[in-house]
Structure formats: C-alpha cells, structure tokens
Design a protein around this ligand. Structure first.
Ligand code: NAP
Length: 293
C-alpha cells in the first residue's frame, strides 16, 4: 500500500476492536479496485465517542464503520441518517458530507446480498427468526421489505418478539411477524419447511458447541439455516441443520457484503462480483487461520 499526502483515510470505531476483520476487507478492496485509501481500526472509549466523531471529521476522514457498542449511541452525533438506518435505529457506516457524517445501515442490505450470492431467494418464503435482539429486529424489517410471506420470531423472552411484531405491523401495515416462545416451534405445521435465520449470540466464540435449540424436531422444519454468527465458521446450529438434511450457511458473507456496501458508499464505485468473491476467499482464509491458532 502506498501512503502519501493524498491518501484518504477510513476506519472502524468500536470497543473492543482488536478482533475486527474490516481492515483486511477494505484495504484488499482498495488495492484491487485502485482506490488510494487506507483503513484503520480505532479503539474508542464510551465517554470519548463524541470527541472521536468530531475529531475524525476535523481530520478529513472519508468514512467510518461503527461497531459494538456504538451503533445506536452515535446517532445524535450525525448530520442525518438514511431511511433504513432510521427504521432500524442503528448505523454501521458513516459517510462524510459537507455538514458532518451521515449514517447508513449496511448490515441488512449486506445480509440480503449475501443471501442472493448464496442463491437464496426470499420472495413469498416462510421464514423463522431465532432471537429478538437488535440483529433479529433488523432482519425482520429487511425480510418484510423483501416480500416474505410470513415471519415466525422465536425468542427466549416472548415480550421482545411481541414488541418487534407490533413495530413491524406499524411500519408495514401487515401482521407479518408471529411472535413465539422458543419451545413453541412444536406448534409449527407438521410438514412445513422454513428458511431459519439464527440471530442470537448463542454458539458464538468462546461459547462454541451449543445451539439455541438442539431438538431434532425443530431442525426437521429447516430447509435452509442461515447463522449470523461467523466465529466459529461451523456453528452447532449449522451442524444440526445439516444433520436434518438442510443447507447451512455462516455469517461471514454478511460481514463481507456490509463492508462492500460501505466501501461503495465512500468511494462511489461498484465492486464487481469477481472482486467480491476474491475478497471473500481472503477473509475466509484469514478466519480459518485464526481458528487454527
Ligand atoms: P442482542 O441485541 O444482544 O440480542 C441477543 C439475542 O440473543 C436475544 O434475542 C437474546 O434473547 C438471545 N440470547 C442470548 N443469549 C441467549 C441464551 N443463552 N438463550 C437464549 N437466547 C439467548 O444481539 P444482536 O446485536 O442482535 O446480535 C445477535 C447476533 O448477530 C450476534 O451473534 C452477532 O454477532 C450477530 N451479527 C452478525 C453480523 C454479521 O455481519 N455477520 C452482523 C450483526 C450481528 P433474549 O431477548 O431472551 O435476551
């Protein structure tokens, strides 16, 4: 990478940040597409968030990604947010404008592009979402917009799934989300198969080897299982989906595409699919090496 007086700077803010794979994704993309930019990780303390945003703007930073725990806290520090980010109530990408940083949420378009790339179509499908946290809520919004016919949201805390169901009904005018307790999967119509999206942190490193549901009866309802977790690359949820004859995917492509969409917003370029695939191979290799350490 050539760094000189004209290099544009982008980065990611979060806490912790050492585990991030975003620098590898963006610096590889910049190199491949020929954009003169460098992407860095920035560890930010909670009380320093406002200074960090002001400082980055003053330093002519072109764009930032925002990760845990700042995706909602950063909202009041921005000059505006796009409609999707406002609906989701969280941003993960800041783009420099004349008035300040403007916020986007590329996580959900990222999941959608990842699913398209894996050949999963959503229109008219029945989907199960496991979880009712921030990611599950955003996934439900995305699915409602992409024309799925029904979403069953299963969560340990039923009230959270109920709140999301009402919110989505308010936003779309459709009663598309059916809230359920985890064990209520037993009430699913017997022969019906679903796309299941695993949106809890159960099974995530370092608590590997467990799944949010472990009963085979549940997995018999799963045709495609999509885990948002990508560390580890093979979760217990994915194993259980495969053992019951379903296809299983991890969340690494979602991570890749949320990054690609952010990169496109900052640079005004369109990342060709061959370069997206090459970048995916690099990130997958990195993850596999990390897992062996
Ligand atoms: P969150 O808001 O904290 O929500 C956590 C969810 O997990 C809640 O539904 C919670 O249930 C459930 N849960 C946690 N521990 C549980 C347990 N022991 N038993 C049953 N349910 C449990 O988290 P989030 O931000 O939505 O993130 C969820 C997952 O999505 C994380 O693994 C994250 O890494 C992943 N994610 C991946 C990407 C990507 O690019 N691939 C992007 C965003 C998020 P209760 O409501 O009952 O507490």
């Amino acid at each position: 990478m050539r760094i000189d007086g004209t290099t544009k700077v982008c980065g990611v803010i979060g806490n912790p940040i050492a585990h991030t794979m975003s620098p590898q994704i963006h610096n590889f993309l910049a190199e491949k597409i020929g954009i003169h930019m460098a992407y860095l990780p920035f560890l930010v303390e909670k009380e320093g968030l406002s200074d960090a945003i002001k400082g980055a703007y003053a330093l002519d930073v072109l764009g930032l990604n925002v990760t845990i725990p700042f995706k909602s806290d950063v909202l009041p520090l921005l000059c505006g947010v796009d409609d999707l980010a406002a609906q989701i109530g969280a941003v993960n990408t800041l783009v420099r404008k004349d008035e300040g940083f403007y916020g986007y949420n590329t996580d959900m378009p990222g999941l959608y592009r990842a699913m398209c790339s894996d050949g999963i179509s959503l229109e008219g499908e029945k989907v199960l979402i496991l979880g009712a946290g921030g990611a599950a809520r955003a996934v439900a919004m995305m699915l409602a917009q992409k024309g799925v016919s029904e979403i069953r949201m299963l969560n340990r805390t039923l009230e959270k799934a109920q709140a999301i169901a009402s919110e989505i009904e308010g936003a779309t005018g459709k009663k598309i989300v059916i809230p359920m307790e985890l064990g209520a999967y037993r009430e699913l119509p017997e022969d019906e198969k679903f796309i299941a999206i695993q949106a809890t942190n159960v099974g995530m490193h370092p608590n590997e080897g467990v799944a949010i549901l472990s009963e085979k009866d549940f997995y018999d309802h799963v045709r495609v299982g999509y885990d948002l977790v990508y560390n580890p690359l093979e979760t217990r949820f994915m194993q259980l989906v495969r053992e019951s004859g379903g296809k299983a995917y991890h969340g690494l492509k979602m991570l890749l595409y949320q990054g690609i969409i952010a990169f496109e917003l900052w640079t005004g370029t369109q990342v060709p699919e061959e370069i997206a695939n090459e970048t995916y191979a690099v990130v997958l290799d990195l993850m596999q090496k990390k897992e062996k350490q």
